[in-house]
Design a protein around this ligand. Structure first.
Ligand SMILES: NC(=O)c1ccc[n+]([C@@H]2O[C@H](COP(=O)([O-])OP(=O)(O)OC[C@H]3O[C@@H](n4cnc5c(N)ncnc54)[C@H](O)[C@@H]3O)[C@@H](O)[C@H]2O)c1
Ligand SMILES: O=C(O)C1=N[C@H](C(=O)O)CCC1
Length: 258
């Protein structure tokens, strides 16, 4: 059976690449795209462009919605899709904890599968898993995430997810000197249960993360680099196929890849 896919954010950096990936995969049919502006009726020569997700779903009946938009739009898209029985595959980052909880409840209420993947690249998923494994032995950790300077959310979804995975095996603990003080606010980065996350934004970067695990006389550095957005595409293809078989919320690709 061919899977009918709609993509939200088709003119963005990720969306453009995802449109090509979905079109080129014979297991999928790109039935429509959702954009914030409609300058033309069609993307290419025949894929209809919508500015309302409700209209898109009503007129084209997708099985799956791939969302690659912005933090301010993604929660509403996810809820509309679930309410209409369309399975969301969400790459957009920047959810609040409360929004994630709402989505978890909506998925349970509707029995419609949903994937929220802070990072679609297999290498990044492995880095997160390795960091979780290593944290049992080296629990003092700092995360440095580095992205292009057009990214609107910080810290990255990947860094937050990494810290959450590490928190499953590590007790909250303040790191650094007990009476440490910042002489310039923010110097020690964001704090998740005592772990610090430092966000770098520079032109030329794509998506990069280091997890530094320190111990007496030693440092373990785990690093992943996405040099282009092709690195995320096999994760999107896998997610679209996998969500057709699921009826729960999958938060993080480690639950389906590893
Ligand atoms: N999960 C992953 O592996 C992964 C990888 C890369 C990027 N991302 C995330 O994907 C998202 C998109 O990244 P990007 O670099 O492509 O951003 P981008 O700014 O290049 O693209 C976002 C697109 O969404 C469109 N958009 C905004 N509001 C919209 C709305 N209401 N409806 C439809 N379209 C709307 C914009 O016009 C834009 O074209 C970000 O949240 C980013 O963090 C995730
Ligand atoms: O380019 C981005 O923006 C990315 N966002 C994700 C995140 O926030 O972790 C994944 C990597 C690329």
């Amino acid at each position: 059976m061919v899977i009918k896919v709609a993509i939200a954010g088709p003119r963005g950096r990720m969306g453009r690449e995802a449109v090509t990936t979905i079109i080129n995969n014979t297991e999928f049919l790109l039935v429509a795209v959702l954009d914030s502006k409609k300058e033309e009726a069609f993307l290419g020569d025949h894929i209809p462009i919508f500015t309302s997700l409700n209209d898109l779903i009503y007129e084209t009946e997708p099985d799956v919605l791939v969302d690659l938009t912005v933090p301010s739009a993604v929660y509403e898209h996810t809820m509309i899709a679930l309410d209409n029985g369309v399975r969301p595959v969400i790459g957009t980052t920047g959810f609040t904890d409360l929004q994630l909880e709402d989505i978890r409840n909506k998925v349970a209420e509707k029995n419609v599968g949903c994937i929220i993947a802070p990072n679609f690249s297999v290498g990044a998923v492995l880095m997160m898993k390795f960091a979780q494994m290593a944290a049992k032995y080296l629990p003092q950790i700092e995360i440095i995430e580095m992205h292009h300077d057009q990214k609107v959310d910080a810290p990255s979804g990947t860094a937050i997810k990494t810290a959450q995975m590490i928190n499953e095996v590590r007790s909250p603990a303040k790191q650094g000197h007990p009476s440490e003080e910042e002489t310039i606010a923010g110097a020690r980065g964001a704090d998740i249960s005592g772990m610090h996350i430092h966000s770098v934004r520079l032109p030329g970067l794509v998506a990069h993360q280091q997890v530094l695990l320190g111990g007496e006389g030693q440092l373990l550095t785990l690093r992943h680099d996405s040099f282009n957005r092709g690195s995320f595409m096999s994760g999107i293809e896998l997610s679209v196929k996998e969500i057709m078989k699921r009826d729960t919320l999958i938060y993080g690709l480690e639950d389906i890849i590893l």
